[in-house]
Ligand binder design. Structure first.
Ligand code: PRX
Length: 660
């Protein structure tokens, strides 16, 4: 169970009159009306919005099919195409000359692209995929960095009904191999190299390594985009250059009209076991929520310039870069680089240069930029004109009140509402979030559920908790953008999200939450499973443990827990027992570094443990179970106050208290 968070006593920030007047959802009464509409007729509410926000090729006649719960189906007999909704539809509405994406490269070079141009690029790429025999329902893995090409790759898959699975460009060849093998992809889309912080980093070479590891025999081709022109290994006829093939293709491409339930994408995320899960999303319900939340949470208007700093390798980049803003015909910034290059003023300079109006980033980035702000004049936001901003967003992890206040004051000039959006890879889009023209903002609280999302807090038997008492976060009714299944593992889907204890009734988010006793505002208290949140990245402790013990020469046993960290939110702490006995001094430092490098190779640099502690053993019960709650206290540097009477070897705790 979760612990009670400190009571949030900070003053609430009410939206200004202008913000309320101009917002799509204007005022608390408007919010209450939407909630009442959804309460009175859940299906009717979602059907109305699905007709307003999506252009259907064949209209749906049935809204929700819950006959095989929890495998819910939405708008099933409707047909549509996601790429048509994001591109053609805008061109047909006269937005062909409007800038869709302003791309800023790592070195500062800016490339804008209009909706008409983007449509052409996507059509050519889609034709290339078709010419290579990629068909509706085939899986395509995308291993690319932030670029127009990355968005084009995803949209091209959607256009022909292929199911994309984007793998974050920071994952290792081993992690990439596992994902390619699990999807059974027929093709991998990648780039020669990626550029981040002034450095050229490999992409294509990692794809080669992944395929060489075996188990990816389904892959027929690797389609390579040229980013740096660097010298990369090329293995004809398997490998092909995208630009050469695209140049020979027509600039139009008939979309594949798919049923609303057709999978749009798979995205792998961490759970409580060692194996990441392939979260499967639908086309119709997902696209609806992507567009709707961009409209209501970010209040996007035709004149806005939206910038979501997430990577397309994460769900935030899917919903709030590739699909949502484009479905609304918005203009958005796509950034290749990192927030600290050439200096930590990069974000603020880009907001100034591109006149960004709505800015969406993660608390980790804010916390690290707060630290860097006093560095040089170039790194402090006061030295930039940020007056174009009108709404700020936060995502991925709890935002601590101090970071919230700084973001509000120094970036938002005290006038921009902050939407602290709680959601997950599985939910497709925002679940609990302030709306700019509605919410009295309380730093650290993600406010109230998005209208139509029946979020609540319950106890372990599924009974509602009174406001003011912490419990498990659940969603009581299905919603259109929800996860449909785990690719290839429907049983795991059921067990993870609709477990027996709840009699399959509610979606279990895996987070703890508490509602404010007076306002009902939600505060998320953190994961209730063995999942860590490091810099807004979800990491399974079991995945890291498996990576460590796969170093069979060195490691006998490993246990991984999280501990709080000022910048990254949580930090990874690994307790390791070596085969050769407990190292000390220089040797311990050397082996710790070797193990970090090993984890980076197995999963990726984001999974490297910050602390590694060596022991002769791990704290275990007499029946041999590792006592993780004790390890969590040790990792935090807290005195162990828990009952240790069942502990087989109490002396071990002191030994494990020493970090390397
Ligand atoms: O623990 C919650 C945390 O991030 C988890 C979801 O991670 P992921 O699927 O990678 O998606 C991240 C981007 C949506 C959640 O279970 N989380 C996400 N947003 C918030 C949050 N915790 C607190 N406040 C948030 N706004």
């Amino acid at each position: 169970m979760t612990t009670q968070p400190e009571v949030l006593t900070a003053a609430a920030y009410a939206p200004s009159d202008v913000t309320v007047r101009n917002a799509h959802v204007s005022g608390r009464a408007a919010y209450d009306k939407l909630v009442a509409e959804a309460d009175a007729d859940h299906e009717g509410y979602w059907a109305r919005l699905a007709r307003e926000f999506i252009t259907w090729k064949t209209p749906f006649t049935r809204v929700l099919d819950d006959s095989n719960a929890p495998f819910f189906k939405w708008f099933e007999d409707g047909t549509l195409n996601a790429s048509y909704n994001c591109l053609d539809r805008n061109v047909e509405r006269g937005l062909g000359h409007k800038t869709a994406i302003v791309f800023e490269a790592d070195d500062g070079a800016v490339t804008p692209i209009t909706y008409a141009e983007l449509l052409e690029r996507v059509c050519r790429a889609a034709n290339v995929l078709r010419s290579l025999g990629v068909k509706k329902g085939d899986r395509v893995v995308i291993y690319m960095s932030m670029s127009i090409d990355g968005v084009v790759a995803m949209q091209a898959c959607a256009r022909i009904g292929a199911i994309h699975s984007v793998v974050f460009g920071g994952f290792s060849s081993q992690a990439l191999r596992d994902r390619i093998a699990d999807t059974g992809a027929v093709l991998v889309l990648t780039a020669d190299q990626q550029v981040r912080g002034g450095k050229h980093l490999p992409l294509k070479a990692i794809v080669d390594d992944a395929l060489a590891l075996g188990g990816c025999e389904s892959v027929r081709n690797v389609l390579v985009t040229r980013r740096t022109g660097g010298d990369v290994p090329f293995n004809a006829p398997r490998d092909l250059w995208m630009a050469e093939l695209a140049a020979a293709q027509p600039t139009s491409c008939e979309p594949e009209w798919v049923g609303a339930e057709h999978p749009l994408f798979l995205l792998y995320t961490s759970g409580s076991t060692g194996k990441p899960k392939g979260v499967q999303h639908s086309t119709g319900g997902y696209l609806l929520h992507a567009a709707l939340t961009c409209s209501w949470t970010f209040d996007l208007k035709p004149e806005d310039v939206f910038w979501c700093t997430a990577d397309i390798g994460w769900v935030t980049g899917h919903t709030y870069i590739t699909y949502g803003p484009l479905a609304l015909g918005a203009t958005e910034v796509v950034f290749e680089g990192v927030p600290t290059y050439p200096d930590a003023g990069r974000f603020w300079k880009m907001i100034q240069d591109h006149l960004v109006t709505v800015f969406y980033t993660a608390p980790t980035a804010i916390r690290s930029l707060i630290k860097a702000a006093e560095g040089t004049p170039m790194t402090h936001p006061r030295n930039y004109d940020l007056s174009s901003l009108r709404i700020l967003g936060s995502v991925g992890e709890p935002i601590n009140p101090a970071a919230w206040e700084w973001y509000h004051r120094h970036i938002g000039g005290g006038r921009c509402p902050i939407v602290d959006t709680f959601w997950q890879t599985e939910t497709g889009g925002h679940m609990i979030t302030p709306l700019p023209g509605v919410s009295n903002l309380v730093p650290g609280s993600c406010s109230l559920p998005f209208p139509g999302i029946s979020a609540d807090v319950v106890d372990e038997a599924g009974n509602p908790m009174p406001w003011g008492q912490g419990g498990l976060l659940v969603v009581k009714k299905p919603w259109p953008a929800m996860i449909r299944t785990i690719w290839g593992d429907p049983e795991r889907f059921k067990a993870s999200y609709y477990p027996e204890e709840f009699k399959g009734r509610y979606y279990l988010a895996g987070d703890g939450a508490i509602r404010d006793a007076k306002t009902g505002n939600f505060t998320i208290t953190g994961r209730i499973d063995d999942v860590l949140n490091v810099s807004g990245h979800r990491m399974g402790t079991m995945e890291i443990e498996s990576a460590l013990v796969s170093h069979t020469e060195l490691v006998a046993e490993a246990a991984v827990v999280g501990r709080p960290d000022d910048t990254t939110g949580e930090a990874i702490c690994a307790f390791v027992v070596l085969k050769r006995g407990r190292p000390t001094g220089e040797e311990a430092i050397r082996i710790a570094n070797e193990l970090r490098a090993w984890v980076a190779k197995e999963i990726g640099p984001i999974a490297k443990p910050k602390d590694i502690r060596f022991g002769d053993n791990l704290p275990k019960t007499r029946s041999g179970k590792i006592m993780r709650r004790l390890l969590r206290s040790v990792a935090k540097g807290e005195a162990v106050t828990q009952d240790t009477s069942t502990l087989e070897n109490p002396a071990i705790l002191e030994q494990l208290g020493l970090a390397h």
